[in-house]
Design a protein around this ligand. Structure first.
Ligand code: GLN
Length: 493
């Protein structure tokens, strides 16, 4: 039997159910590997002792009917976890211990999973490289000089490095799909309203969605099934009939029509991305699907629209961090001085940049010129997709305009950092589901992702297409465990 930590979620579940190993053995294996993997900086907070205790309890009274029986897993530190510190990668929440649980994580624990720890992320999920975290940048297990993508970079790094068998991230403009692409894993952003936002630290409320990150499409479908539920506690949660994504998974996609959008052929697109896309087209044709050229004419405006709407909502959401209600507080001469010092010291540069842009575009005099205009363009982008879906069942694009870039390469150039989101943000603006799967490696051996975008609530369809393609692609990540160090013994296991 291969090492436990390198197995997929489905394999581990099967082995636990067949009593080949216990929840304690699995939990220990991930803890030991995580202890040796501190260099990656994937964890902000570990929950190892409590996780061991819970796995012991599971083994004493196992319930194998649960969907995640005794499965340890780490989650992005944007999900509030009752009694476990939740920082959103920010100094301002450095000491915040929630007294409630996010619905998505609660759904996961209800199915028998065990919290291993909280994973690093860009501050308030603002970033494309996991370099804006107060807790330092995360390294990509593919190569020590590379970013793991962002903002769910701790999640993608931990998963690719086998520190957790599965994980969840959040995606406001690409934060699940882009890091998935950079680390060679699978990541799905569900339709807006599918997974509850209750208890997730808010960034841009009309765009934020939680979603699964996994080693393969089957695991992704299983976790989606667990986390996608209607929730009264979130006013934007949608009550629709959800599929049993994992049991309905099929690789038969014969006759499906897949759209290729013209406008995604951007200037200066690296040759390897073009090639990846062409290969993707061949893979789906091989599966019996039909390729159709489509047009999404307002794609060019998506990035500008996103970088108005998202900061506007962020500036409003982040107004609550004033040193009174949550987390960090700085001492001031008077109330205003305290607010000012708390926010100046508590937020990092990228967050401050977004607050300034957001406040500007919402201020009277500029509201109509920027925010209102952006909302109108957002509608046009959504209309483009609606038109396209009259002709096709799904759309395929690259996930990112390049493979993972170097740590520090774009930190002084926010616009080039933002350009990374070019293929992912239109999907959030339109509220659609999309999945990124590894499509191959570039010449340097770095992974490249392919994105499949679906109609609203059509997650089953994009999972099926991804599942069929995965079989053809047969992707193998090149990971050498360069970061592994023997730790000082911290746990008696
Ligand atoms: N990179 C994008 C941003 O910085 C998307 C982030 C996200 O999806 N959370 O806004």
């Amino acid at each position: 039997m291969s090492d436990i930590t390198s197995q997929t979620l489905s394999e581990i579940i099967k082995n636990i159910r067949e009593k080949k190993f216990s929840s304690q053995e699995v939990t220990k294996a991930f803890i030991v590997r995580s202890e040796k993997s501190k260099l990656l900086n994937a964890f902000i907070t570990d929950n190892f002792s409590a996780a061991l205790e819970q796995s012991r309890k599971f083994d004493d009274k196992p319930n194998f009917n649960l969907k995640l029986p005794g499965i340890p897993m780490a989650v992005k530190d944007l999900f509030c976890t009752n009694g476990v510190k939740t920082t959103a990668g920010s100094k301002i929440l450095n000491n915040f211990v929630p007294t409630y649980e996010s619905t998505v994580t609660q759904n996961i624990w209800n199915q028998g999973a065990i919290l291993l720890g909280k994973l690093n992320c860009d501050e308030f999920a603002m970033g494309s490289s996991n370099e804006t975290s107060f807790f330092g940048n995360v390294q990509n297990p593919i190569d020590k000089n590379l970013v793991p993508g962002g903002s769910s970079g701790g999640s993608s790094s931990a998963l690719a490095a086998n520190l957790t068998p599965i994980t969840i991230g959040t995606d406001t403009g690409g934060s699940i799909r882009q890091p998935a692409s950079f680390t060679g894993i699978v990541g799905l952003k569900p339709t807006y309203g599918s997974c509850s936002r209750y208890g997730i630290v808010a960034f841009a409320s009309s765009l934020d969605q939680a979603g699964p990150m996994s080693k393969n499409v089957r695991d992704c479908s299983l976790l989606l099934e667990v986390i996608s539920t209607y929730d009264r506690k979130d006013s934007t949660s949608i009550d629709f009939k959800r599929n049993n994504y994992s049991s309905e998974l099929t690789s038969n996609i014969k006759g499906k029509k897949i759209g290729i959008p013209n406008e995604y052929r951007i200037d200066d697109m690296p040759k390897e991305i073009e090639e990846l896309w062409s290969k993707g087209i061949e893979y789906v044709k091989d599966c019996g699907a039909e390729i159709i050229d489509i047009s999404l004419p307002h794609t060019n405006y998506a990035l500008a629209t996103y970088y108005i709407v998202a900061p506007a909502e962020a500036s409003s959401n982040l107004a609550r961090y004033d040193g009174v209600k949550y987390g960090f507080r700085s001492i001031g001469k008077n109330l205003i001085d305290m607010y000012e010092k708390t926010r100046s010291e508590g937020f990092g540069d990228e967050v401050k940049r977004r607050i300034m842009i957001g406040t500007y575009v919402l201020s009277s005099g500029y509201y109509d010129a920027y925010y209102l205009k952006a909302q109108k363009v957002r509608k046009l982008i959504k209309n483009d997709f609606d038109e396209a879906y009259k002709k096709v069942d799904a759309i395929m694009t690259p996930s990112t305009p390049s493979s993972a870039f170097k740590i520090g390469e774009k930190t002084n150039d926010p616009v080039s950092m933002y350009l990374n989101d070019i293929f992912t943000v239109p999907v959030n603006l339109a509220g659609l589901p999309a999945i990124s799967i590894p499509g191959g490696l570039d010449v340097k051996g770095y992974p490249l992702g392919l994105q499949i975008i679906g109609k609203a609530f059509d997650e089953q369809n994009i999972l099926n297409i991804a599942y069929a393609m995965e079989k053809k692609i047969n992707f193998k990540n090149k990971i050498t465990d360069w970061w592994i160090k023997w730790p000082k013994k911290t746990l008696n296991i």
